[in-house]
Design a protein. Structure first.
Length: 132
């Protein structure tokens, strides 16, 4: 699970639904939305106002800073492209980082409306070069 501060909760919910997450209403309200990626992983979207209740630290501007990488595995190249294109249609910025294509691995990125960058990656483990 990861928590992300967001400036506009409704806009963020729309974006995350577009890239394949579903909203768990049981753990959501006017200030928080639990967005489910899988049985094992959820993204908690929290308004800046609510976030400030948890810490006195400043919320960094994710459009200017990078603090961590958010990466999801996809089953094939098409699924990578669909996630990025769907996110772009929902207000995200496609490919803020360079596209990676190494044959055995393909990856693209999408920036959400608040600047948090997600990477979608596909790996063909059978085609991966042997390590020394």
């Amino acid at each position: 699970m990861v928590s992300l501060p967001v400036t506009n909760l409704a806009r963020s919910i729309e974006f995350y639904q577009a890239i394949g997450l579903s909203k768990n209403a049981q753990f959501s309200d006017q200030a928080v939305a639990c967005m489910v990626l899988s049985d094992e992983f959820s993204v908690i979207l929290i308004t800046h106002e609510k976030w400030s209740e948890f810490t006195p630290r400043l919320i960094p501007d994710a459009k200017k800073t990078a603090q961590f990488g958010l990466i999801v595995s996809k089953p094939n190249r098409d699924a990578v492209n669909i996630m990025i294109e769907s996110g772009q249609k929902a207000g995200g910025k496609a490919d803020p980082n360079p596209v990676e294509d190494h044959g055995f691995m393909f990856g693209r990125s999408i920036e959400d409306p608040d600047g948090h960058i997600w990477e979608a990656k596909w790996f063909d483990m059978a085609a991966m070069p042997a390590s020394n």
